[in-house]
Design a protein around this ligand. Structure first.
Ligand code: ADP
Ligand code: MG
Length: 233
């Protein structure tokens, strides 16, 4: 599903360039739930943004489902991203002037789906995240956990192949964080979508099938759940 080869990223902003990723190699299977962990500044967000086609690498390549992202021009990359990727962010990133169902419908509307059918699909998706009763509420009228559930519905509404979640529980208390994580991993399995989730909370990482430890822009190690199980027993 996802082949990352010799991926490097240098940010040139400011006086001294910052090397955020150093020759990262990774393979992620279709339908796999992978957690990316490591201290702040180790390159998690950079890795996710490049895999989601939001940021360009300095060197190396990313192949997603046979598409080599670096070969796409900006227009094709934007189209690819709108169809194939769903994003979930730490601060939800809902549009404040749109009610819940409108936020969820947005990826469909941007892709040219008619408004009546976008509404129908958005309502169905809100139902799947347990928020039918909030369809006509603005983000400011919802709790953090509810806003993140709306954001998850938005991320999945267009049936993407890949979900990118960057610290999705980072702005929630632990009970709400645990609920969001459970929802994400349930939907990920039901819909068989690939999930890359960055976090610095170890307990969240344990829900993943595979945990990639990043340090200073490099993959330090990768634990697969089966391996950790075998090493403990
Ligand atoms: P993480 O998500 O693990 O905290 P990031 O990928 O955000 O790590 O950042 C990795 C490194 O790249 C950090 O040193 C950070 O300061 C730097 N960095 C991230 N984004 C930018 C940017 N737009 N311009 C310059 N430096 C950046
Ligand atoms: Mg980050």
């Amino acid at each position: 599903m996802l082949e990352i080869r010799q991926l490097s990223k240098v940010y040139e902003a400011g006086e001294t360039p910052v090397q955020a990723l150093r020759e990262v190699d990774l393979t992620i299977e279709r339908g796999e739930f992978v957690a990316i962990v490591g201290p702040s500044g180790c390159g998690k967000t950079t890795l996710l943004q490049i895999c989601g086609g939001m940021e360009h690498p300095t060197a190396g390549s990313v192949l997603v489902g046979g598409t080599e992202l670096q070969r796409l021009d900006d227009r094709s990359l934007t189209r690819w991203r709108r169809r194939q990727v769903g994003f979930v962010f730490q601060f939800f990133n809902l549009l404040p002037t749109l009610v819940a169902w409108e936020n969820v419908a947005l990826p469909l509307l941007l892709d040219g789906v008619g408004s009546a059918s976008a509404r129908r699909v958005a309502d169905e998706m809100l139902n799947q995240v347990g928020l039918s009763h909030r369809a006509n509420h603005l983000p400011q009228q919802m709790s953090g956990g509810e806003m993140q559930r709306v954001a998850i519905a938005r991320a999945l509404v267009h049936q993407p192949a890949l979900i990118i979640a960057d610290e999705p529980t980072g702005n929630l208390d632990s009970a709400n964080g645990a609920r969001i994580l459970e929802l994400l991993s349930t939907l990920q399995k039901d819909l068989q979508v690939t999930l890359m989730l960055a976090t610095h909370a170890e307990e969240i990482a344990s829900a993943a099938e595979s945990v990639i430890h990043l340090r200073d822009g490099k993959v330090e190690r990768r634990d697969r759940h089966q391996d950790t199980f075998q090493s403990r027993h």
